[in-house]
Design a protein around this ligand. Structure first.
Ligand code: CNA
Length: 336
């Protein structure tokens, strides 16, 4: 865990709230970077970027963002996503009124919503979390248009990294390689004994979870907990990649998240102020609401419609159709 040592904490404090444990937060630089040759852009793109003497366009639109991507003026796109990208796949988010899990917790028999992701409660009664885990069993759900849009961005060589809070594995299932992903809140790929800390592959506990049994450690008999990050727990080491990714990015996309969980939410402020940020969500959220920047673009409404609109502006509609067609036959669920 050397990566979590003091230098890393200091780096995080530059942008984040300090602690790099998960907590509920209720309460156009371009050109010659990394030895790449400068790229000649059209007058339109130069205007958006402020290159070539033209003045930088202050207020950007969705069309401008599409133009930056399409013209490959943005080649190091970082994406932050949350539960809202998976609701069209049939997985409820937390906070949507009515349909979100926080509005439908009677079935879990828990004293308050956050208890389902608290270690102390899990040790007292693991069943509510395990029944939630059962609903996320790999193969029960399929990636949707948003996941495939991000896959296409990767296929085009423009995705620097995808930071996800989701634990449903649909980013991997869409074909985005693990090297491009930071699963900030963990995954079901492995489980760890809450007593002796022995780890085991995820497959070992699914039989128990699907059979409504609590998985126990074969060595010491402690409860096995899938490696999902609970409130108060450290995030996976890969999360520290943000220290290099965010200062390097030339476009930030924020999709389907309430930006309420720290330290993830604060990453939205870790990009340079000249970098455009595009939020696509049902509602206005987080720092984009209370500390907006001049190059923010906000597309509110249903995410599927917003993504389809962006894909159309990019001229990628046919490629998207082909990709979805090719992948739909192939996807058998998350391979974590
Ligand atoms: P959240 O707090 O529930 O917020 C989701 C956001 O997405 C809200 O702002 C919604 O308005 C928005 N949204 C939902 N559906 C749509 C849609 N169709 N179109 C546009 N906007 C939409 O979820 P966050 O991810 O922000 O919170 C972080 C938690 C939720 C993480 O710890 C996750 O592990 C956890 N979570 C994950 C999943 C999953 O893996 N699919 C499901 C539920 C919760």
């Amino acid at each position: 865990m050397a990566l979590w040592g003091r230098p890393a904490v200091r780096a995080l404090r530059l942008w984040g709230p300090g602690a790099h444990v998960i907590c509920d937060g209720k309460g156009g630089h371009l050109g010659n970077v990394g030895g790449r040759r400068p790229i000649a852009f059209s007058a339109g793109v130069s205007g958006i970027l402020g290159n070539g003497g033209s003045s930088k366009k202050e207020k950007l639109s969705l069309q401008d963002i599409a133009e930056l991507i399409r013209a490959r003026a943005c080649q190091r796109v970082v994406v932050m996503v949350g539960a809202g990208i998976s609701t069209p796949s049939g997985i409820p988010d937390f906070r949507s009124p009515g349909s979100g899990r926080y509005s439908n917790l009677q079935q879990y028999d828990i004293p308050y919503p956050e208890a389902i992701f608290e270690l102390s409660f899990f040790l007292y009664n693991p069943k509510p979390f395990l029944s939630l885990a059962k609903k996320l069993y790999p193969g029960n759900h399929r990636p949707n248009v948003t996941h495939y849009f991000l896959r296409l961005l990767h296929d085009k060589g423009q995705l620097l990294r995808l930071y996800t809070q989701n634990i449903d594995g649909l980013e991997r299932a869409s074909g985005i390689p693990a090297s491009k992903l930071v699963e900030a809140h963990g995954s079901f790929a492995s489980a760890t004994c809450t007593v002796c800390r022995r780890t085991a592959p995820g497959e070992n506990f699914w039989a128990d979870v699907l059979g409504d049994r609590v998985p126990y450690c074969p060595v010491c008999g402690g409860i096995m907990k899938p490696d999902i990050v609970f409130f108060g727990e450290s995030l996976p080491e890969r999360f520290l990649l943000h220290v290099v990714d965010f200062p390097m990015t030339d476009l930030l996309l924020i999709l389907g998240t309430s930006l309420q969980v720290e330290p993830f939410a604060s990453l939205s402020e870790a990009v340079r102020s000249s970098v455009p940020r595009l939020l696509m969500n049902r509602d206005m959220v987080g720092p984009l609401a209370w500390r907006p920047r001049s190059r923010d673009v906000v597309q509110l409404g249903d995410l599927v419609h917003s993504v389809e609109r962006l894909v159309e502006l990019l001229g990628w509609t046919e490629e998207m159709k082909d990709l979805v067609q090719q992948e739909t036959g192939k996807v058998t669920g998350c391979d974590k």
